[in-house]
Ligand binder design. Structure first.
Ligand SMILES: NC(=O)c1ccc[n+]([C@@H]2O[C@H](COP(=O)([O-])OP(=O)(O)OC[C@H]3O[C@@H](n4cnc5c(N)ncnc54)[C@H](O)[C@@H]3O)[C@@H](O)[C@H]2O)c1
Ligand SMILES: [Zn+2]
Length: 376
């Protein structure tokens, strides 16, 4: 295995993966349409500049079968990262998210099923968003997977999910790969479909496939322009523009944040280790950090003037907590994260400080959600 196609290779995860795989001696081809939301109007983002001289770059779209054909020539493996990635945005651009994520992946699989090709391995970027709300434990009912929280409870400031059976108090648990799948966004639904299509066709076509359910990946190179994804970027852009940060709910909602280098290492393990064949893995840090903590860390590190305002509002469909159980990926691939959040966030902030301060498009993106009735 020497020649690897990375779709979305100019993006955050893809560009970092490309740099590392090139160092290891692989020949990388990238298929990427340099989407404006990620790379800006001029399409000369730092991300693109970081890969354009070290990989074969094909400016193309996963919605074009002929672009796929061109990109697949002579490749041994495909790492399919290209996607629309905004959870909130997916709730009012439903066709676009389905088109790029589901139809885009279908074109790849159609070519592999019907045409000559040299692909011997597929890696698909799945997402923690497919789980929706994470796993919890009820002292009466054992492991439970709460559904969407009730609007009445949220209005009253009761943010923690309750046991779906007895409505009792729950303890949070790490979400493992066998946890219930109940995505809380169209984005999550499309990621699950991508994953399942690739895993099924991998077995059918005898092409080993691996799905990586990434948690929230952060670090240098993450788009500072895209107001739809990446809480660390969104908060940074606000703080550096001197704006306040509005924190939803009570700020104790939490996520699992994994530093980019660790995410890249997990991806390379999935690519190189045959033990990963036809398996699905969580890729995360294995611990959860609250939104309040993220905001405070960034505020301190930037010595920012803006205030942190916990506003008690909520976004419909937002989940409360989710963090990865890493037992499987640790046991099978030997993966464990190397960079803890405290160190990772410092590297991220130091990188942000070297960047032009982006115009803060967050309010506009929030107004979009408000106008569609998705924020209460
Ligand atoms: N970053 C995370 O926290 C995270 C978490 C879970 C899953 N993922 C998944 O990992 C993958 C990569 O995420 P990322 O953070 O690097 O995103 P990103 O937005 O930085 O990169 C995506 C890349 O895909 C390209 N792209 C978008 N639409 C395309 C199209 N139609 N044709 C060709 N290229 C297209 C974009 O130009 C961009 O370079 C995605 O599939 C995403 O769903 C990411
Ligand atoms: Zn119960």
């Amino acid at each position: 295995m020497k020649n690897i196609l990375i779709t979305g290779g100019a993006g955050f995860i893809g560009s970092n993966l490309t740099i590392n795989l090139v160092k290891k001696g692989y020949n990388i081809t990238i298929l990427d349409n340099l989407s404006e939301q990620v790379h800006g109007k001029e399409k000369n983002s730092e991300l693109f500049n970081s890969i354009k001289n070290i990989a074969t770059f094909i400016l193309g779209d996963v919605l074009s079968k002929s672009d796929w054909r061109k990109a697949l020539i002579g490749q041994d493996a495909v790492v399919h990262l290209a996607a629309e990635t905004g959870t909130g945005q997916s709730m009012y651009e439903i066709a676009r998210y389905n088109e790029v994520n589901v139809l885009g992946t279908s074109h790849l699989l159609d070519i592999l099923a019907n045409e000559n090709h040299s692909i011997k391995r597929m890696i698909i970027a799945s997402s923690r968003s497919i789980y929706g709300e994470g796993k919890y434990y009820c002292s009466q009912h054992g492991d439970v997977y709460p559904l969407e929280r009730n609007e009445k409870e949220l209005i009253q400031g009761n943010f923690e999910p309750k046991c779906p059976v007895c409505l009792g108090k729950l303890e949070l648990r790490a979400t493992d790969e066998l946890s219930e799948i109940h995505p809380a966004s169209i984005y999550g639904i499309t990621k699950y479909q991508q994953e399942q299509m690739v895993m099924l066709m991998g077995v059918t076509l005898n092409i080993p496939a691996v799905s990586l359910r990434y948690q929230n990946i952060y670090g240098p190179g993450q788009s500072l322009q895209n107001p739809y994804t990446g809480i660390l970027s969104v908060f940074s852009t606000r703080l550096l523009n001197g704006n306040d940060i509005h924190i939803y709910e009570d700020g104790d909602e939490s996520r699992d944040f994994l530093y980019i280098d660790d995410a890249v290492n997990a991806t390379i393990m999935a690519l190189e280790n045959k033990k990963a064949d036809n398996k699905i893995f969580n890729v995360g840090s294995g611990s959860n950090i609250s939104v309040n903590e993220v905001a405070r860390r960034l505020h301190d590190l930037y010595k920012a003037k803006g205030r942190l305002i916990v506003n008690g509002r909520f976004r419909l469909g937002d989940i409360r907590h989710n963090y990865a159980d890493l037992t499987r990926i640790t046991a099978i691939l030997g993966f464990s994260p190397k960079v803890n959040f405290n160190d990772g966030v410092i590297s991220f902030v130091n990188w942000v400080k070297t960047q032009d301060i982006e115009e803060d498009k967050y309010d506009a993106s929030i107004n979009e959600l408000k106008n569609k009735g998705l924020i209460r």
